[in-house]
Design a protein around this ligand. Structure first.
Ligand code: ADP
Length: 265
């Protein structure tokens, strides 16, 4: 713990004294430390592709100037690195936007089922490329919630994309929507969306930290898959804004389930 000690002299007409305040400022220190860690992480994540880009530019202007095959190959790598930076900046902007809106209640009334359906549809081609399918199980009709359509879309996009990415080959992804009369975690009528994959699963020791910014179980694998390490942090903030909950359960070698519970109207 860190304490702040302040001493002030008090000179009143009838009274003279010293005021000593002793304040525990550890929580503020933690916030300061988190901010410094975040800046260090962002700098590192940006510097890696940037260093690669600068290196290849130098090679293309020098030793590889007249080598058409090398040029093609290097330009390909440069494009990959630039795309990585692009995704990182896009996710940083998203994160900053959702953080600043976290305290504003979302005002739109929308059909969550429609949002989930269109997200699944949009991701079908990516799943097909990996030879798997995304199976949606949902009730008939509409499930109305108070929400922000784009943000909820982002939540399910991130979760389903992860399930496809880390889901292993051949294992299908299932998305199940359930309407609940009452759910204790949101204290009222709720809707639950479960995204399940049959991938490698997550060691339980990592689960509590998965929604932290830049936390990855396997950084190398995440980067290779085009991940920024910010997806679940964004998801967490959006769900907080919607007064919902996210639960993660997983068994190594069997797969994972990400469950989002949101209050419904
Ligand atoms: P990333 O961009 O690295 O995918 P996320 O914030 O979306 O970042 O996820 C953080 C980490 O959580 C990932 O790097 C991965 O290790 C783990 N993870 C997320 N979803 C799954 C999943 N469905 N199966 C296994 N691991 C997962």
């Amino acid at each position: 713990s860190t304490f702040s000690l302040k001493v002030a002299a008090i000179e009143g007409e009838a009274f003279q004294g010293v005021l000593i305040t002793f304040e525990d400022v550890s929580p503020l220190e933690d916030v300061g430390q988190m901010r410094r860690d975040f800046v260090a992480n962002v700098s590192h994540e940006l510097r890696t592709p940037l260093t690669a880009l600068l290196g290849f530019i130098e090679t293309l202007r020098g030793p590889a100037k007249d080598d058409a095959r090398a040029r093609d190959r290097f330009l390909g790598i440069m494009q990959t690195e630039a795309s990585r930076m692009n995704r990182l900046v896009r996710d940083l902007l998203s994160l900053s936007r959702v953080e600043s809106e976290e305290r504003i209640r979302p005002g739109q009334q929308l059909d969550l089922l429609g949002t989930v359906q269109s997200t699944v549809k949009a991701l079908e081609p990516i799943a097909e490329d990996k030879g798997i399918s995304v199976n949606l199980t949902a009730p008939n009709g509409e499930v109305m919630v108070n929400g922000d359509c784009d943000q909820l879309n982002q939540v399910f996009t991130n979760l389903i994309e992860n399930a496809i990415k880390y889901g292993g080959n051949g294992g299908d992804v299932s998305v199940t929507v359930t309407v609940l009369d009452r759910d204790p975690t949101v204290r009222g009528p709720a809707v639950r969306v479960e995204v399940t994959d049959q991938g490698q699963g997550i060691d339980p020791i990592h689960i509590p930290r998965l929604t932290e910014r830049f936390y990855r179980v396997d950084s190398h694998r995440s980067r290779e898959m085009g991940g920024t390490g910010l997806g679940l942090a964004i998801v967490k903030h959006i769900i907080n804004r919607h007064r919902g909950r996210i639960q993660i359960s997983s068994a190594l070698g069997e797969g994972s389930t990400f469950t989002v519970t949101l209050p419904r109207l």
